[in-house]
Design a protein. Structure first.
Ligand code: COA
Length: 159
């Protein structure tokens, strides 16, 4: 995950469905994106659930992923991360679009997510994908010892 992002064209990025063999790669990407990274075992456990699926983005190497959970007519983004070396190339936008498209095809009616209110990059990404704020969970996250609210965001997939 060291290539400069400038060399990546998002049109060259392929999306592959995640399976448990990706757990260590997912843990490494998660560690690059979050203060409290999930372990490879946590990803194995999540991926053992039939309701959980996702896609890993890459060309010669994995550079990002999204994990979603779907129950009944609702989907939720569980986590999303792009390698810091490959950000701002449209990879997260492509991953979110894939999740929305497959959920729409599966007759999901509504998509939810939670994002730290200080995560302006992710909030801008989700707003650009059509999500709107729908609530707030006070003190939901801890960032470097500080309590941070979660913003709940929702997007209807109904035609
Ligand atoms: C948030 C994150 C997934 C975005 O990934 P990315 O591949 O760089 O995002 P994209 O290149 O697809 O950006 C799509 C849009 O999101 C917004 N965006 C992304 N990064 C941004 C930033 N640093 N500042 C402001 N807006 C940003 C922009 O609207 C951007 O469109 P533009 O480039 O045309 O302006 C990435 O920064 C990351 O992995 N962060 C750490 C983990 C994380 O916060 N995950 C989300 C948890 S809810």
């Amino acid at each position: 995950m060291t290539s400069p992002s400038r060399t990546i064209k998002v049109s060259d990025i392929e999306l592959v469905r995640i399976n448990p063999s990706h757990a260590h790669v997912l843990a490494a990407l998660h560690q690059d994106g979050f203060d409290s990274p999930w372990t490879a075992q946590a990803f194995v456990d999540l991926l053992s659930q039939e309701t959980v699926t996702g896609w890993i983005a890459g060309k010669s190497e994995p550079v990002g992923f999204i994990l979603i959970q779907t129950a009944a007519e609702e989907s939720e983004i569980l986590t999303l991360a792009v390698a810091s070396s490959h950000r701002r190339c449209g990879i997260a936008r492509k991953l979110v679009a894939q999740a929305l498209s497959e959920s729409r095809d599966a007759s999901v009616a509504i998509f939810h997510l939670e994002v730290a209110e200080v995560n302006t990059a992710a909030i801008a990404l989700y707003q650009g994908a059509g999500f709107a704020p729908s609530g707030r969970r006070p003190n939901y996250y801890s960032k470097t010892g500080e309590a941070v609210d979660a913003i709940l965001m929702t997007k209807s997939l109904c035609p």
